[in-house]
Design a protein around this ligand. Structure first.
Ligand SMILES: Cc1ncc(COP(=O)(O)O)c(C=O)c1O
Length: 447
């Protein structure tokens, strides 16, 4: 695949400048400074359209897309999700607050988390339609909060249970399938036997009994095997296992099933192109339809939970080259951002590609590494990519930067998180302001 194809849909080179949504990136870098992140709405809509039409074509019962907010969440993204009728998966109170600030209705909000605190659970019960229960301790905690809400005289003085709305919450149980998908790094796998996520079959059975004994509103099953996988094969035995569990549980009536997210994308031109969303959705749909038919189960409401495959390609990171160093046959471009806004290479050796913003068509002859300004040898975004002879002062653009960069960003070395722009029909709107030195001091209680 060509390097330009990694960029958002409709990226062009106009007057020798990389241009997204008909806006030259030079004008954005000049106006907003760097590092700068841009998100292209048209690409988000395109990816969502692929999911929606595949579900409509292949799944004959109600189905929904839940955007995995952990990939990147701010109120503009949550508003986009709300406008498109998506649900949003929030991990904990912080993301719940962002989604609700965007006006996301309770029934469109689902809460995940591997060790939800009491505050997370209170916030979930106040603001969400669904909680995906990770473990038995959490389930028992939910029961205590709900009992206190029904019987306020039982509540401890500092409990917020009395303020809980009495409307329905759905509880789904997170199954640990014990089957890994192939991802590019062990840290992006979650479904394997020794994973910290979810419940074993025995624990699920115990959780179901606990829900039944205590009248808890259990109506769904969930699993998630990992992130950035391309081979849907391991999904099928996990779906079979989940349907066996569903048969055992006997939901009786409407029930919900979510085989998670994690569908992969291409980050580098030497990978195969983006795997087909349609093929992924078709594979899941067929397995669920056939699996339910053979077990005599009613078709569930099917939920898919993509993050990366929806949003990663919509995002581009723009940096300025501040210094160039030659080291043997390697050329270092030292840029003004790095592991503080994108820790993915440092965390799991993620690979990226890159183009200069101006004259991106120059011949690529120089073996280039791209490093950031932070005091870590691991502060590297790209190793060994052929680039043109890039000069100090040039801007470069890294595609496929929309997922798990800013949501995992830090203030390491006093870094200030970059500004974020939303690009739409020749219009750029700032959706997150660049952090300032004042933000760094805001939490400093002795300042
Ligand atoms: C429970 C759950 N659902 C969905 C996702 C989204 O994964 P991806 O962004 O790879 O689609 C994740 C990611 O870790 C997750 O943990």
């Amino acid at each position: 695949m060509k390097r330009l194809e990694l960029f958002p849909a409709g990226t062009t080179i106009q007057e020798d400048v990389l241009t997204i949504a008909d806006i030259p990136l030079t004008s954005l870098a000049r106006e907003y400074g760097t590092p700068l992140y841009v998100y292209d709405r048209a690409t988000l809509d395109l990816k969502l359209g692929e999911y929606q039409s595949a579900l409509a074509a292949h799944y004959p019962a109600p189905a929904a897309i839940t955007y995995a907010g952990k990939a990147f969440l701010c109120t503009a993204i949550a508003r986009w999700a709300r406008a498109r009728g998506l649900n949003v998966d929030c991990t904990g109170e912080g993301e719940i607050v962002i989604a609700r600030a965007a006006g996301l209705p309770r029934e469109q909000l689902l809460v995940h988390g591997v060790n939800k605190s009491t505050d997370d659970l209170n916030s979930a019960l106040q603001n969400a339609g669904t909680i995906v229960v990770d473990n038995l301790t959490e389930l028992k905690r939910i029961h205590v909060i709900l009992s206190e809400a029904k019987n306020p005289h039982l509540a401890k003085r500092d409990s917020s249970a009395a303020t809980l709305p009495q409307s329905d919450i759905s509880l789904w149980l997170r199954l640990l399938p014990g089957l890994a998908v192939t991802t590019h790094h062990a840290h992006t796998q979650t479904g394997q036997l020794d994973s910290k996520f979810g419940m074993t079959r025995e624990e699920i059975r115990e959780a179901v009994s606990f829900c039944r004994e205590n009248g808890l509103p259990l109506n769904g099953l969930h699993f998630h095997q990992g992130s950035n996988f391309r081979d849907p094969e391991p999904l099928i035995p996990a779906i079979e296992l989940a349907l066996d569990m569903a048969g055992e549980i006997g939901f009786g009536g409407e029930w919900h099933f979510c085989p998670g997210g994690g569908w992969g994308i291409a980050y580098h031109e030497d990978e195969l192109p983006n795997p087909s969303i349609e093929g992924y959705v078709r594979g899941i749909s067929e397995a669920v339809v056939e699996g339910c038919r053979s077990r005599g189960l009613a078709l569930p409401h099917l939920h898919l939970e993509p993050g990366r495959s929806l949003i990663a390609q919509a995002g581009v990171a723009i940096y300025r080259v501040g210094a160039v160093k030659k080291r043997g046959d390697r050329t270092w471009l030292l840029i003004d951002g790095g592991m503080a806004d994108n820790p993915r290479h440092a965390m799991y050796s993620a690979r990226y590609s890159c183009l200069p913003v101006e004259s991106p068509d120059r011949s690529m002859r120089v073996k280039t590494s791209i490093g950031g300004p932070f005091c870590e040898s691991g502060d590297v975004l790209i190793e060994e990519l052929l680039m043109p002879e890039v000069q100090v002062g040039e801007w470069i653009a890294i595609p496929v930067s929309g997922a798990y960069h800013l949501s995992m960003a830090s203030n390491y070395n006093g870094a200030r998180r970059p500004a974020v722009l939303w690009l739409e029909q020749r219009n750029a709107k700032e959706i997150l302001a660049r952090e300032t030195v004042y933000d760094l001091l805001k939490r400093d209680s002795s300042f």
